[in-house]
Design a protein around this ligand. Structure first.
Ligand code: DQQ
Length: 464
């Protein structure tokens, strides 16, 4: 399918991955194979709504420019995935690219392999895990995440136990085909972490283990950091990963250079009708890198490869902003930008994006260097009635004297904010006016010392 058909839609993205049309949700099957990054994704070829779930597929040499490949997995009528190929992961099984995923109704775990990474064959033994563990009254059994350890395969499967809470089931296998259930590595309390945990990712990072879950009904991503020993994961801290209102069901990839990369599904924040009318739904976040910070918190920052997308740039080294004293960005604007700056002093600074000349529409990002609070204010982001306009915030504990180091990415209907290599906040906004393209940086309170202010227009990831 051509990407040209929807290219006039200003809410589509230029440098965030999305399929040519139709519905997309979770990233799946992330693999690096002979250098190339393969990304699969939950995809409905029949429209911009969740249903008839296939796996879409794309490949990238450099992590940022992508080429579409044919659909990798389609439901096999009468097969274990006849009602949908739900989420899962990709592994290198001794030289054989292999996808491990969930078939639905009932939920079972399936395998598919490939010789060329383009055409995928369902494994004759699927489902390889045909039922949940006996004796558990389970709410959901899906989204296998697989790794190899000491010559053995391990899988965690997302689940929940009725009246108990969300849980993670652990399995082991010598060959990805025959699996034994080893028990639950971690179980939460429903009032704290929901009733069912979707899309687990479980991996070592620094000297800790991290469990990422997407819990129902919370619809946000929780990041649990703790220790893993004797097949039990003991969380020591829990936080929300990207609370911008759209980030969900992320998947990670340990790439050849040893980085833990992550992509999240950026859900639409507008009505189902608006999505169907647009003919598409769902965007992938930028590729980001996770790190273990001192103190056992997980940090997130854009992958350095994203900088290759910067085109024309505008720079200012040192600026002092005070309330009512102009906008240094008044000659700039656009719908595909990166904006970066450091704020040195205690102040409240506003970055307005996608702003119409009289301000009828604008998305305001507030940076409070005193409290470390960053807020995306969407109240005036759109004149449409069909979109979310709640404010989304994240707080950053700044060390004394530490500047707030900000990178903001605007791309059609996506606004992604990163700060200090520690936090991200991604939101969806839908300006309606063609002239909602201005940007402004102003001080609301205090005098702000702004350093290394830069604005780049960003190249398309489909040109390369
Ligand atoms: N999406 C998939 C499921 C997963 C959910 C279905 C999370 O496998 O649990 O499209 O968005």
């Amino acid at each position: 399918m051509s990407r040209r058909a929807l290219s006039d839609d200003p809410h589509r993205t230029r440098y965030h991955f999305q399929p040519p049309a139709n519905w997309m949700n979770d990233p799946n099957g992330l693999l690096q194979w002979r250098g190339d990054y393969h990304m699969f994704y939950q995809y409905n070829p029949n429209g911009a709504f969740h249903g008839t779930i296939h796996w879409g597929h794309a490949v990238s040499r450099d992590l940022v420019h992508w080429s579409d490949l044919p659909i990798a997995l389609a439901p096999t009528p009468g097969g274990p995935d006849g009602d949908g190929c739900y989420s899962g992961c990709g592994v290198d099984a001794d030289g054989v690219p292999t996808l491990v995923y969930t078939g639905i109704r009932p939920e079972v775990q399936c395998l598919a392999t490939s010789d060329d990474l383009v055409t995928w064959k369902k494994h004759w033994a699927s489902p390889v895990i045909g039922r949940p563990p006996a004796g558990l009254d389970i709410l959901g059994f899906r989204d296998p995440f697989v790794w190899r350890e000491d010559g053995r395969w391990y899988a965690v499967v997302g689940s929940g136990i009725r009246d108990v809470g969300g849980t993670i089931l652990l399995y082991a296998s010598p060959d990805l085909v025959s699996w034994v259930y080893l028990g639950r590595i971690c179980t939460g309390r429903p009032e704290e972490t929901g009733t069912m945990w979707e899309c687990p990712n479980f991996f070592p990072l620094g000297d800790k283990h991290v469990l990422l879950i997407s819990p129902i009904p919370l619809r946000k991503v929780l990041c649990l950091v703790g220790t893993y020993s004797a097949r039990r994961f003991t969380p020591e801290s829990i936080s929300v990963l990207d609370d911008g209102g759209c980030y969900y069901a992320p998947q990670t990839l340990l790439d050849d250079s040893g980085r833990r990369l992550i992509w999240g599904w950026l859900q639409e924040n507008r009505s189902d009708e608006a999505q169907r009318a647009a003919g598409w739904s769902g965007v992938m976040s930028l590729p980001a890198v996770l790190s273990m910070l001192p103190g056992g918190k997980v940090g997130i920052a854009p992958a350095p490869e994203v900088e290759a997308l910067r085109a024309d740039g505008w720079h200012a080294r040192d600026l002092e902003l005070s309330p009512g004293r102009g906008n240094p960005l008044s000659t700039l604007g656009g719908g595909s930008l990166e904006i970066a700056f450091d704020v040195m002093s205690q102040a409240a600074v506003a970055l307005d994006l996608l702003r119409s000349p009289e301000g009828e529409e604008m998305t305001r990002i507030l940076f409070n260097t005193g409290s470390g609070q960053i807020t995306v204010d969407r109240e005036h982001s759109s004149l449409s009635e069909e979109v979310a306009r709640d404010a989304r915030s994240v707080a950053l504990d700044l060390e004394p004297g530490e500047p707030l180091r900000v990178r903001v990415f605007v791309d059609g209907s996506v606004v992604e904010v990163y700060a200090n290599g520690r936090v991200s906040l991604t939101s969806r906004v839908y300006p309606t006016r063609p002239d909602s393209r201005q940007i402004a940086l102003t001080a609301l309170r205090g005098t702000a010392q702004v350093r290394d202010l830069a604005v780049w227009s960003m190249r398309s990831i489909w040109e390369g």
